[in-house]
Design a protein. Structure first.
Length: 163
């Protein structure tokens, strides 16, 4: 019986499990999305969400605590510089697990785990911001294209009238 045993051991020793979850958490932070098995994704979510919560407050103590879990200074700096400002107003639920089917070799149930705020398809706020940026950029490009198109058109009739 497994009464009161909340951790999924994933068929590994404690040190192997700790190293694997640390590496997966670093990959998730650096790449914003990783593909793995469903069991590992669920274990990773339990491992990484408290670290994301700690990153909201940028103090030396929190940085050292997160570094003790991740052991990668690039992942820690990415977490505190780019991820923390985006998740600042969110009260939890920083990750999303999407099941993707079964692995070819052993039919293991596969999933994709990603950071919620970094997916443009599911995040409606990001789409609104992108739409405004695109309209600004396209309008400036159109104005420059129209301005360059008008100048040769004006010169040609003058040249014909001069002849």
């Amino acid at each position: 019986m497994r009464h009161g045993k909340k951790i999924n051991h994933l068929g590994r020793t404690a040190s192997h499990r700790k190293a694997m979850l640390s590496n997966m958490a670093c990959s998730l932070i650096l790449h914003k999305r990783i593909h793995t098995t469903v069991a590992k994704a669920k274990a990773l979510r339990v491992y990484v969400e408290p670290l994301l919560t700690k990153s909201k407050e940028d103090t030396t103590h929190n940085r050292r605590t997160v570094f003790s879990y991740l052991q990668d200074k690039y992942a820690v700096s990415e977490l505190f510089r780019t991820i923390a400002p985006k998740i600042a107003e969110r009260n939890g639920g920083y990750t999303r697990i999407i099941k993707t089917g079964f692995r070819q070799g052993d039919a293991a149930d596969m999933a994709m785990i990603e950071l919620v705020d970094f997916n443009e398809l599911y995040n409606p706020k990001a789409e609104e911001k992108k739409a405004t940026r695109r309209s600004r950029r396209s309008s400036t490009k159109k104005e420059t294209v129209e301005a360059t198109a008008e100048t040769p058109a004006e010169e040609t009739p003058k040249a014909e009238s001069a002849e």
